[in-house]
Design a protein around this ligand. Structure first.
Ligand code: SAM
Length: 287
């Protein structure tokens, strides 16, 4: 199956009178080797069912089909969904691979995910070159709301990728890193230069592989309570925890932290998921 080249991407855009929208993160992958590399790094089982968010002109969709997988493709831009139909008919028509794609239209941030994921083929994996502006909320949504999706490989802005996979001591470590660690193991498994996209973005991209955990690695009375503490801590990350957690814990903050074995003078960025869970248990016990 012929994957998309820079010339093909440009000719598709011209032929359909399309101008990539920055607001929708429309930087199209135009390099077959990178598309194949993304699919290989996703480490999918044979003939998997894959959710692709933002298929665009089909660069990754074709690579997924070529590797023998089925695809459920969710696209917000109706013009691109129409072009994708045409691309699939052209590029995979002879092999019949186009029949292995279900195209859905909708916004990955708000769409009813269960309605997208339940009908066969029901994806248990997600491989996507995500639009930059919604990458974090989309990954968090998948982790929180799409239990069936066990393996995720996303291409995102490098800084965002490093944040998703960060731990204490890493410069990008933040509230979302703790939430990701609660649900999944996450690693940056590759970098992608701007040169393989049309149009070229200003920044490098990272490939992040997430594998959903069978169970969260910590026990807390409530995940929402845990995440509320983490959000408060990182909202004022330069402040000591006894101050930054005061909006949630009030005057009890120093005692709650001491009882959890965490120094009240520590800052949010020093705490790993285990420490946050200890604070959440201590806060629930004190309530
Ligand atoms: N997968 C294609 C590729 O690799 O060339 C396109 C990737 S491009 C970075 C992002 C795609 O996501 C675009 O097709 C864009 O229209 C689509 N998109 C943007 N916001 C979206 C949203 N909220 N929900 C679903 N798709 C979205």
């Amino acid at each position: 199956m012929a994957l998309l080249t820079p010339a093909k991407v440009r000719s598709l855009l011209d032929a359909h009178g399309l101008h990539p929208k920055r607001s929708l993160g429309q930087n199209f992958l135009a390099d077959a080797n990178t598309a194949r590399r993304v699919v290989a790094l996703a480490d999918l089982p044979t003939a998997a069912s894959v959710l692709e968010i933002g298929p665009g002109l089909g660069s990754l969709t074709l690579a997924l089909l070529d590797a023998g997988h089925d695809v459920v493709a969710l696209e917000l831009d109706d013009r691109l969904a129409d072009v994708l139909h045409a691309v699939l008919a052209d590029e995979s028509g002879a092999s019949g691979a186009g029949a292995r794609v279900r195209i859905e239209r909708g916004d990955a941030v708000t769409v009813d995910l269960a309605a997208i994921l339940t009908p066969a083929p029901s994806p248990r994996a997600c491989v996507s070159n995500l639009p930059y502006n919604v990458a974090v909320p989309v990954v968090v949504r998948l982790l929180e709301e799409a239990d069936a999706v066990e393996r995720i490989l996303v291409m995102v802005q490098r800084e965002v990728g490093e944040r998703l996979a960060a731990g204490p001591g890493d410069p990008q470590y933040g509230a979302v890193s703790v939430k990701v660690a609660y649900f999944a193991e996450a690693h940056v498994v590759g970098l992608v230069p701007p040169t393989v996209f049309v149009p070229r973005p200003k920044v490098e991209s990272a490939l992040v592989r997430l594998r959903r955990r069978g169970e969260p690695p910590v026990t807390v009375p409530s995940a929402d309570g845990l995440f509320a503490l983490v959000r408060a801590g990182f909202a004022q990350r330069r402040k000591m925890l006894r101050r930054s957690l005061a909006p949630v814990l009030g005057d009890a903050a120093p005692d709650v932290l001491e009882a959890a074995g965490v120094a009240p003078t520590a800052r949010a960025e020093a705490l790993g998921l285990d420490d946050w869970a200890a604070v959440a248990r201590s806060a629930a016990a004190a309530a």
